[in-house]
Design a protein around this ligand. Structure first.
Ligand code: HEC
Ligand code: HEC
Length: 384
């Protein structure tokens, strides 16, 4: 099998010199390294395709072991470094009753507290990269084409520690996913917000209106700047849309929180680049944006069209399912979402490994939670 660095060179990518090799550069090597799976042949990029905004066009991704398949659609990694860590906040509802909000967390059910917890897992999942443990990961990293750079990033004595070597890999991946290329904020909607009023065509502009008003989309897919200096189109909350069942029931957030009323809930995704990330919903059950908008619009009027859902008792009927949008409004909404695609992704040519990075994007540290103060309570299963 051709080595990874040979493949990179063939693609015209040169490795930076030792002196300027940063943690994020190591993360990039690891992200594309197909030798970190058992059997070899699968890397992070196998399921997070840069040409598809780092998502997987297959509804479910096969693992390194070919007869094993996961249960969820691999989401885009664009803007993933901005997802806030899992938090639970007490709030008072409209009636003055004490209630709470759950926000953030990585994976679609929030089971990883933050990005660092998340990147540790794919290597060892049986239906993903299938390594037996950190010792195997460390062994393979010590043999990697970029091993000298890894070694330079550690203290001499730590190079023999499986734990320290694996930990370096995790930190490198986090640094890579925080690179500006993953958060360019250069879609046409950003040009529009920057004052270029003809950046959106008339159908897209009408669609934007539907998004905010009749569609109620912005209730959850925030267009405000609550969590970030620029809108990310999510509040990082959780909800059950009633996605059509595919295989075994998927408990989502309810598994983590051990609460029946949260069964079937999944984190609200960012809608940036959503036109590139078909199929849709946590289980990839809906093929196109057009179909998904028809689902939002009239789910409750045509149950036979969509079939069974895993947890009908927790489905949201207040904000969706019978929106009474006209055929044209549905089409305008679909058109609007194509204005959320980053130009840097649109400019990629076949074979390009990564999109270019824009200048001057705010640092990931600018991410705030929806809450004013970081809540103390981060255990979602704690008493509420
Ligand atoms: C076999 C396919 C596969 C491979 C390989 C894979 N992933 Fe994923 N990834 C997924 C799926 C599927 C999910 C959603 C899983 C879930 O919610 O349970 C996911 C979720 C994620 C998330 C969370 C995104 C979010 O919105 O919460 C991140 C970050 C991520 N992967 C990064 C990586 C990294 C880094 C690697 C390599 C170390 C990797 N993935 C390897 C399929 C894959
Ligand atoms: C009550 C909150 C809420 C509202 C209102 C809402 N959404 Fe969503 N949206 C979600 C959640 C939660 C998901 C993920 C559900 C899942 O994976 O099962 C989602 C998923 C999506 C997806 C799929 C993304 C992907 O990558 O799979 C799109 C597109 C989308 N919403 C667009 C819209 C539009 C357009 C509207 C208005 C018509 C809207 N949403 C209204 C909560 C909401």
């Amino acid at each position: 099998m051709r080595s990874f660095s040979a493949k990179l060179l063939a693609l015209g990518v040169t490795l930076s010199s030792a002196a300027e090799f940063r943690l994020a550069d190591l993360g990039k090597e690891i992200f594309f390294d197909q030798n970190l799976s058992q059997p070899v042949g699968q890397s992070c990029s196998s399921c997070h395709d840069p040409q598809k905004a780092f998502s997987d066009p297959r509804p479910l991704s096969p693992g390194a072991v070919s007869d094993r398949v996961g249960t969820r659609n691999a989401p885009s990694l664009m803007y993933a470094a901005l997802i806030s860590p899992m938090a639970v906040e007490d709030v008072y509802d409209d009636e003055g009753e004490l209630s709470y909000i759950i926000e953030g967390g990585l994976f679609l059910d929030g089971r990883a507290y933050d990005l660092l917890e998340q990147v540790k897992q794919p290597f060892f999942e049986k239906h993903e990269m299938n390594l037996s443990g950190e010792d195997e990961l460390a062994r393979r990293l010590r043999r990697a084409s970029y091993a000298t750079h890894l070694k330079k990033s550690l203290k001499e004595e730590d190079w023999e520690s499986d734990e320290k070597v694996a930990d370096l890999a995790y930190r490198s991946l986090v640094a890579f996913l925080r690179e500006p290329l993953f958060r360019p904020f250069n879609a046409r909607i950003d040009d529009y917000w920057a004052g270029e009023k003809d950046a959106l065509n008339p159908a897209e502009l009408r669609g934007f209106g539907v998004f905010i008003n009749k569609g109620r989309c912005a209730t959850c897919h925030f267009v405000g700047t609550g969590v970030w200096p620029k809108p990310v189109f999510t509040d990082y909350g959780y909800d059950n849309l009633g996605a059509p069942s595919r295989g075994e029931k998927d408990p989502g957030l309810g598994m983590l929180t051990k609460r029946d009323d949260e069964l079937g809930q999944f984190r609200v995704p960012s809608l940036r680049n959503v036109a590139l990330t078909a199929p849709y919903l946590h289980n990839g059950s809906i093929a196109t944006l057009q179909e998904l908008m028809e689902f939002y619009n009239s789910r409750d009027l045509e149950p036979e069209r969509w079939g069974k859902t895993d947890y009908p008792e927790t489905v949201n009927h207040d904000d969706m399912g019978d929106l009474k949008m006209t055929k044209e409004e549905v089409e305008d909404l679909v058109a609007f979402m194509s204005a959320l695609t980053d130009q840097s992704l649109l400019k990629m040519k076949p074979g390009d490994l990564l999109p270019e990075a824009p200048e001057g994007v705010p640092s990931t540290e600018s991410a705030r939670t929806f809450f004013e103060h970081r809540p103390d309570r981060i255990d979602p299963a704690a008493d509420r």
